[in-house]
Design a binder for this molecule. Sequence first.
Ligand SMILES: Nc1ncnc2c1ncn2[C@@H]1O[C@H](COP(=O)(O)OP(=O)(O)OP(=O)(O)O)[C@@H](O)[C@H]1O
Length: 332
Amino acid sequence: MITVSHLEKDFKKVKKGDGLSGSFKALFKPEYETFEAVKDLSFEIPEGEIFGFIGANGAGKSTTIKMLTGILTPTSGFIEINGKNPQKDRQSYVKDIGVVFGQRTQLWWDLPLEDTYKVLKEIYEVPEEDFVKRMNFLNDVLDLNEFIKDPVRTLSLGQRMRADIAASLLHNPKVLFLDEPTIGLDVDVKDRIRNAIKKINQEEKTTIILTTHDLNDIEQLCSRIFMIDKGKEIFDGSAEELKEKFGNIHEITFKINQLEDLEKLRYEEDFSDVLLEQEDKNIKVRFDASKNSASEILQYTLNNVSVSDVSIKEADIEDIIRRFYRKELKDD
Ligand SMILES: Nc1ncnc2c1ncn2[C@@H]1O[C@H](COP(=O)(O)OP(=O)(O)OP(=O)(O)O)[C@@H](O)[C@H]1O
């Protein structure tokens, strides 16, 4: 069980002055201001949950994760993970958690992968018998045998991610922090990693805190989504609830015959909350179906322009978050 209560992190930042003289002043006689990166975050994560921790760039995700993993000390607030405090109980706490940062590796570049695991076994003091059992399980879930004898530097990005996840789980931690586990991978490889994450969560009841910008990760993996913006909670619930709260976004794509017709489409005059995107002759119309009727939008478009093709799609979380990231939705 993870309990976070009124967590805050302030950073001191150098105040930037205007123009060149301001920059010089900031360089030689800096004045500081306080920047609140994380503001009053509270949540509880029960054992075995896959907790999707999401937000736009700069929202405060990494800062929060760094506090939860014990790397950063909070300015104020309370964190308890399985009865331990990440900062005060640091030495014993690291044995309870596994951490994977998608962009960095904890593996030794020049060593064959299996040697890295042997080194980690010693670091985490995993008994031989447990190590053998664990490697069998991880091999099974992540198919490590394909490349376990190869030096890490020769692994593909997807293989390296599987290898990194295995490394973080070698000591059988109760909690796994996964930061962008599918970033930069092909669709097939992403699916493979997602299936492995699901299996680890189901078979071992490992609690997983997942940060991702990948909306398929969110939809396929997370039983709960916690979304922050500017350091503050803006949503806590399921993917379905997120859709409910932030609108039922639909999308209709029209292929128009003549580009000049575009100016005849003035959705804002008859409808509310309609967004138009144009790429050549393809016009994408996104709207909140709770405020507008799809058939009326369709009718309006067909009445005004000549169309050669139409496709209708119910929007997914991607559209919702995209809208949110563009600040088109307001927190209520
Ligand atoms: N050491 C630091 N000193 C000053 N400001 C910082 C520091 N670390 C982070 N920040 C600021 O705190 C805010 C939150 O940053 P953070 O890295 O937590 O965001 P994030 O949600 O993880 O973003 P991303 O998705 O881009 O990784 C940003 O405005 C960042 O500039």
